[in-house]
Design a protein around this ligand. Structure first.
Ligand SMILES: NC(=O)c1ccc[n+]([C@@H]2O[C@H](COP(=O)([O-])OP(=O)(O)OC[C@H]3O[C@@H](n4cnc5c(N)ncnc54)[C@H](OP(=O)(O)O)[C@@H]3O)[C@@H](O)[C@H]2O)c1
Length: 304
């Protein structure tokens, strides 16, 4: 397939592009700087510089492609995660960018769109399993996600096939926040956001990338992209600590993180998310069934 990827230079994109190429697809990718264009070219993709918000230019760039994979986001680093201003750009990219992508894909005769979203849109369900039909929660941070999801569904309504991928918490090489978490673990500090017995549903970056490849064959709809066994936040911190080879002397901020309310709720809520639908629809399976195995692989890749 000829595939156009936006966000190809980001955390997930840097893993998804090689996975798509390895699967035999031809990849064109949006590059915003000459340096990033050169890096994409070295990886085997064809770089194109075009604005994510310019529908006409995007439609020209999409012409001749069967699929568009929209992975563009602008999530601020952990240090600015709670800044409303920093999140504004993420909202713009997810809401307006995805609208332009869908309009341009329709104009260009693209048949399939994959749209990035996150599992953090689900309501806290304590220890109950969450599937794609579970209730969602429209708190302010998720406005961009829901806008992007509804743009994708509009693509399906207008005759295309759109797949929304609700990714769990990314971790692994290239996911900045998880590399910071690993650095803290090596200094004997565990990161637990919210109740230690609450669940975190995670996905190793390389498994997220193979899910993108698999989703090219999935029927239109919404799919969770998480590993097989969500861990409690305490277990997740233990998995990082074991991989780092350093017992945690302290775990922070724990329940105190709940004091930040809506601004941190995407990370403090308990989300025990199931991947059954994507596995059944495509045969995809994560190579790392849980963060226990995934963090060991991550440590091996991160430690010089
Ligand atoms: N499910 C999750 O846990 C989840 C989901 C998303 C992100 N994250 C994490 O949050 C951190 C930041 O991730 P991120 O994906 O936002 O940033 P990122 O890794 O820098 O990737 C964002 C991608 O979108 C592109 N992009 C951003 N603004 C754009 C614009 N205006 N026009 C066109 N393309 C644009 C970026 O291009 P440039 O390279 O040119 O900037 C990049 O390719 C990472 O550590 C990531 O792991 C986590």
């Amino acid at each position: 397939m000829r595939i156009f990827v936006t966000g190809a230079t980001g955390a997930i994109g840097r893993h998804a592009v090689p996975a798509l190429l390895d699967a035999g697809h031809a990849v064109t990718a949006l590059a915003r700087t000459p340096g990033k264009a050169a890096a994409l070219q070295r990886r085997g993709a064809t770089p194109v510089t075009v604005s994510l918000f310019d529908r006409q230019a995007l439609a020209s760039a999409f012409a001749g492609h069967e699929a568009v994979v929209n992975l563009a986001t602008a999530i601020p680093p952990m240090s600015r995660f709670m800044s409303t201003r920093a999140m504004r750009e993420n909202h713009r990219v997810r809401a307006l960018g995805s609208a332009a992508v869908v309009d341009a894909a329709l104009d260009a005769g693209v048949v399939r769109v994959l749209q990035e979203s996150v599992c953090m849109v689900y309501r806290d369900q304590a220890d109950r399993w969450i599937d794609e039909e579970s209730p969602v929660d429209r708190y302010p941070l998720t406005r961009g996600n829901f806008a992007a999801e509804s743009n994708a569904h509009r693509f399906t309504k207008e005759g295309g096939a759109a797949v929304v991928l609700r990714f769990g918490w990314f971790y692994g090489p290239g996911a900045a926040h998880s590399e910071q978490m690993y650095g803290l673990a090596r200094r004997h500090v565990g990161l637990v956001l919210g109740r230690p017995d609450g669940y975190v549903s995670s996905i190793h970056m390389t498994d997220a990338a193979t899910a993108v490849v698999a989703a090219l064959e999935a029927p239109p709809g919404t799919y969770n992209v998480v590993d097989d066994e969500p861990l409690t936040k305490r277990e997740f911190a233990d998995a990082v600590a074991r991989a780092a080879g350093a017992r945690p002397w302290v775990c922070v901020p724990g329940r105190a993180a709940n004091l930040f309310g809506d601004r941190l709720t995407s990370l403090t809520r308990s989300l025990r998310v199931a991947n059954v639908r994507l596995r059944a629809a495509t045969g995809w399976a994560p190579r790392h069934p849980s963060a226990r195995e995934g963090w060991l692989a991550t440590a091996a890749a991160l430690t010089p």
